[in-house]
Design a protein around this ligand. Structure first.
Ligand SMILES: Cc1cc2nc3c(=O)[nH]c(=O)nc-3n(C[C@H](O)[C@H](O)[C@H](O)COP(=O)(O)OP(=O)(O)OC[C@H]3O[C@@H](n4cnc5c(N)ncnc54)[C@H](O)[C@@H]3O)c2cc1C
Length: 272
């Protein structure tokens, strides 16, 4: 199928993009890399009247070290994340996103806004409690990733708001483990373990509507519990749905295994 007809506006500034969205009165959509939006339009799962192309807005494709971490402009392509030296966890996570063509077009802002609970960047953002910078008609607001993701493909973004950047701290130690049927597929289960300011955090993708932060498992981890206990607690905190790819029980079992794998580089290995 082809998308339903729409007007195309190329925005040259964040202000212009936000103003155009506001004028569209709920019928506008930002076009960034198009790697998630275009399939949605082609399947006519969305029929926006106006597409606001933000690709030519200057200054949004930068990766800036901030001291504690990095600020990712909304237009940083996934491929650039792999090459940058500032944030090794982001580089590793980005390697797992789709295929070369998708990584050359897809953007950080688009991935965070699309909020697929099986996508790599939202899970990293949840683990690191990233700060999302959002521009709207009333100015700029910031929100942590923890509250930003509201459900599967749902965020707190208003229809006339745009992500401009995301701040992510660099963890002192981290692990990333993903289980997918083929490299490039969305993960059935993906786990990020990250130590920030001396405390470990876990985030798990693919097991619920938003990236899960398993509170009890994190507590056990920080109390020095054996990794088997941490993995079992994390799995127990998930409520995955069964679908054509995997049953709920299978995803839960894979959660335990991939928590172990994410922690393995740090000597937090299963006892067996
Ligand atoms: C075959 C295939 C496989 C894929 N595999 C993976 C995978 O394994 N892992 C993964 O993470 N992703 C995967 N993707 C998705 C890919 O990573 C997308 O690039 C990403 O989800 C969206 O980024 P985008 O820049 O393409 O956004 P777009 O498709 O342009 O936009 C996506 C949504 O976000 C909104 N949006 C975009 N930018 C902004 C912004 N700055 N502010 C507010 N809203 C915005 C759009 O309006 C739209 O609703 C895959 C895609 C395809 C087609």
């Amino acid at each position: 199928m082809k998308p339903a007809p729409f007007d195309y506006v190329r925005a040259h500034s964040v202000d212009e993009a936000v103003r155009t969205l506001a004028e569209a009165d709920g019928d506008g959509k930002i076009l960034a890399g198009g790697q998630s939006l275009m399939p949605v339009l082609a399947l006519r799962m969305a029929r926006p009247q106006v597409l606001v192309d933000v690709n030519r807005i200057p200054g949004l494709a930068t990766i800036t070290p901030t001291g504690e971490g990095v600020r990712l402009g909304a237009l940083v392509r996934h491929a650039r994340l792999i090459e940058q030296p500032h944030h090794p966890l982001l580089a590793e996570a980005a390697r797992w996103i789709g295929h070369t063509a998708i990584r050359s077009r897809g953007t950080s802002g688009g991935s965070i806004a699309h909020a697929d609970p099986s996508a790599e960047l939202p899970v990293v953002a949840a683990a690191l409690e990233a700060t999302v910078h959002i521009a709207g008609p009333g100015g700029v607001r910031v929100e942590t990733a923890t509250s930003f993701f509201a459900g599967p493909l749902e965020t707190t973004l208003a229809e006339d708001e745009m992500i401009t950047a995301v701040d992510l701290p660099v963890p002192s130690r981290w692990g990333f483990a993903e289980f997918s049927r083929r490299h490039g597929d969305f993960g059935l289960v993906l786990v990020v373990a990250a130590e920030v300011d001396g405390r470990w955090r876990l985030a798990i993708g693919g097991v619920g509507g938003v990236p899960l932060r398993p509170a009890e498992a994190e507590q056990l981890l920080n109390d020095g519990a054996d990794v088997d206990a941490v993995a079992a607690a994390a799995a127990a905190e998930t409520q995955p749905q069964s679908d054509i790819h995997a049953s709920s029980d299978y995803r839960r079992a894979m959660t335990a295994e991939f928590v172990r794998r994410a922690l393995a580089p740090h000597g937090k290995r299963a006892a067996a």
